[in-house]
Design a binder for this molecule. Structure first.
Ligand code: GCB
Length: 651
């Protein structure tokens, strides 16, 4: 039961707590409010890659001590962006080691003179390991390329007459067996074949290891006593929505807290006081996924108001958090949202585009969401790492359901099952849950993708990881994405939903579309017979080079991609009546990978090109997804299917 799970979770949580895990402080998204200001540091930064042999010249010469231009030549580098594809230098594209970013920020006078202001530097994402200095003083260090971190820099900026500060960020993109994702550095010592000290970075995942400042760097303020974190979970009792909140405050123990819940019209529908409580919303508008309701994605806002009496008078902090009231539950063959069966029809994505690499970009984000709406997709998985917070916010606003995945991809070596690795993986799950716990769109955590299973500690590793994730958040199911029938005793016994990837007629039996139906049906039946848990086809697909046509279909043609998907759909249409609860195509768009004889300037399994133009398969899926929306969606307005959800898009 859920309650039993929560207890088991709490026990394990306490154990792990004892091991010294558990993060300090919250990681609320930096929003402006009457008490908070925000200054984005997007734009051009100074940049230098450290090409010295040991890559350590920057530390030896202390490049953070004075402006970067004083220690050598610099490039202009846009932020946010990966550094790899911006320039014309092939060496920088494939660079492995430390790169240095720097920028000056001018601060409003109030920030530097008002000692009741707290100034925070926040880095949305720095891939992979980052060290940060402000005016030459070390302020933060962070491991992991996909989650935010911050530093309170008030003391530094409030200590002198300066009205500006110099921010230096050194970033190392090296992946090692204990990083997430893992990788290895291979030294080639045969001097008859390789130059002296030659090395390459090897990875076991199928995307390019883009690096740099991938998301915005911002400065923001709060009062010195401030709202540090908010934790919201929701439940529903008859027609009443229940919003359980817990707020943590830093800076003082003597404060007053008031909370208001506002509906979309701005009416206050519930109020509360104190650091924790439960708000009741009669006749609540529930948060529904896109195409499941005529008014999907209903968001309330939780207005939190903190007041503190100080010697200098009273001080306030305000924070507004969007809240969606919804429930998630899993039975042995269903995934329920608000008590109704939900069928995932969607995509797997990557944060990937021309020039920017993995860098955040608003036009790209909007294009992708417009394509999802056009396609009739109601869900995606954040393969294979956490996406930008702005992406998650849009999912809340549009009703796109998210399976939120950790960067646990390419775990293939026994060294990657060490205690050090596990400890880091647990920390990453904590950081992920801390950041994304309040998004109604997030309905499930995914701890890893396709790890190798037969290595000894793997079973213990995943058992611990999954239990820990459930302890962190008893309100959501947890999954683990597998690609092989040999993984059966690895994650599957512990997860709530089984996510299976398969590439029938692609990586084996290639060219033989006729085997798909039999093989797929057998796989589904085996999984279900063994575990009696709902199953999601979490990846399937084929490479197609846009514009390449061949009929009868041959591999890499648009026709082959379409036929392969169609064969999968025949089986999915049978099994979704039993226990299959979703299908996510691999992939939404073509994306960059390492070079290999199997990749033609990247992975071409997109149904859209990397430039987001449709291949034939996009139209096929669009027909299917709108049909699925009508057959599997729950429309309270309609008595029974078909619901006749119509695409508003003309074609
Ligand atoms: C997979 C991986 C994904 C790859 C895909 C492929 O199983 O999860 O990262 O890109 O297969 O195309 O090979």
């Amino acid at each position: 039961t859920m309650a039993g799970r929560a207890v088991a979770g709490a026990v394990l949580g306490a154990l792990l707590w004892g091991c010294g895990l558990a993060l300090q402080g919250g990681m609320l998204y930096p929003r402006e409010s009457a008490s908070r200001e925000r200054k984005d540091l997007d734009g051009l930064w100074k940049f230098r890659a450290d090409f010295s042999e040991n890559r350590l010249r920057g530390f030896e010469q202390q490049w953070y001590r004075s402006p970067l231009r004083e220690s050598g030549p610099t490039l202009d580098m846009p932020v946010p962006s990966s550094f790899n594809d911006v320039g014309q230098d092939g060496q920088l594209r494939g660079f492995v080691g430390w790169v240095w970013y720097e920028r000056e920020a001018t601060l409003p006078q109030r920030w530097t003179q008002d000692l009741s202001t707290r100034v925070v530097l926040r880095i949305g994402s720095a891939h992979y390991y980052a060290i940060v200095w402000v005016n030459g003083v070390h302020v933060a260090e962070h491991e992991g390329g996909h989650l935010p971190f911050e530093a309170d820099i008030s003391k530094l900026v409030q200590s002198g007459p300066l009205s500006s500060c110099r921010i230096t960020i050194a970033i190392n993109n090296t992946l090692a067996p204990h990083t997430l994702p893992p990788g290895t550095i291979l030294y080639r010592t045969d001097t008859s074949m390789y130059p002296n000290r030659y090395f390459v970075q090897n990875t076991n995942f199928d995307f390019f290891n883009y690096a740099g400042l991938h998301r915005s760097v911002v400065l923001y303020t709060t009062p010195t006593t401030y709202i540090d974190d908010i934790d919201v979970t929701t439940s529903v009792d008859q027609n009443t929505g229940l919003v359980h909140y817990q707020i943590s405050i830093q800076g003082s123990e003597h404060f007053q807290l008031e909370v208001y819940l506002q509906d979309e019209e701005g009416n206050i529908v519930a109020r509360g006081t104190g650091a924790r409580g439960q708000l009741q919303v009669p006749n609540a508008h529930l948060w529904w996924p896109y195409l499941m309701h005529e008014h999907p994605a209903y968001l309330y806002s939780l207005e939190v108001r903190l007041t503190v009496q100080t010697a200098a008078g009273s001080m306030s902090d305000f924070y507004t958090l969007p809240v969606g009231i919804r429930t998630v539950a899993v039975t042995k063959n269903q995934f329920l949202i608000n008590g109704k069966p939900f069928y995932f029809h969607g995509v797997n994505k990557h944060e990937d585009s021309d020039i920017r690499g993995r860098g955040f970009d608003w036009p790209l984000l909007m294009k992708d969401f417009n394509l999802l709406l056009w396609l009739g997709a109601n869900a995606f998985r954040t393969s294979h790492y956490p996406y930008a917070e702005e992406v998650m916010q849009l999912c809340d606003q549009y009703g796109i359901v998210v399976i939120d995945e950790s960067p646990g991809v390419g775990i293939k070596l026994s060294q990657s099952y060490s205690n050090q690795s596990l400890q880091h993986h647990l920390e990453v799950m904590e950081e992920l849950v801390r950041r994304d716990k309040n998004h109604p769109a997030v309905v499930m955590w995914s701890v890893a993708n396709e790890p190798t299973s037969f290595l000894e500690p793997a079973g213990y590793y995943f058992k611990t990881l999954i239990a820990h994730t459930k302890a962190l958040d008893p309100s959501r199911p947890v999954t683990f994405v597998t690609n092989s029938k040999y993984d059966t005793d690895l994650g599957a016994p512990y997860v709530d939903v089984i996510c299976v990837n398969s590439y029938l007629s692609w990586y084996h039996d290639y060219g033989h579309l006729e085997v798909i139906q039999l093989q797929l049906a057998t796989q589904f039946e085996n999984w279900y017979r063994t575990y009696q848990k709902p199953i999601i086809q979490s990846e399937y697909g084929a490479d197609a080079i846009t514009g390449l046509h061949q009929d009868p279909p041959l591999m890499f043609s648009e026709e082959y991609q379409k036929s392969l998907l169609e064969r999968y759909h025949l089986v999915l249409d049978q099994k979704r009546k039993e226990y299959v609860v979703g299908e996510l195509i691999w992939n939404f768009a073509d994306f960059m990978t390492d070079q290999s004889p199997e990749r033609v300037i990247g992975n071409k399994k997109g149904i859209f090109t990397r430039q987001r133009q449709p291949k034939g398969a996009a139209f096929l899926l669009r027909e299917r997804y709108w049909k699925l929306a009508n057959e599997t969606g729950y429309h309270p307005a309609a008595e029974k299917p078909p619901y006749l959800v119509k695409s508003p898009f003309t074609w």
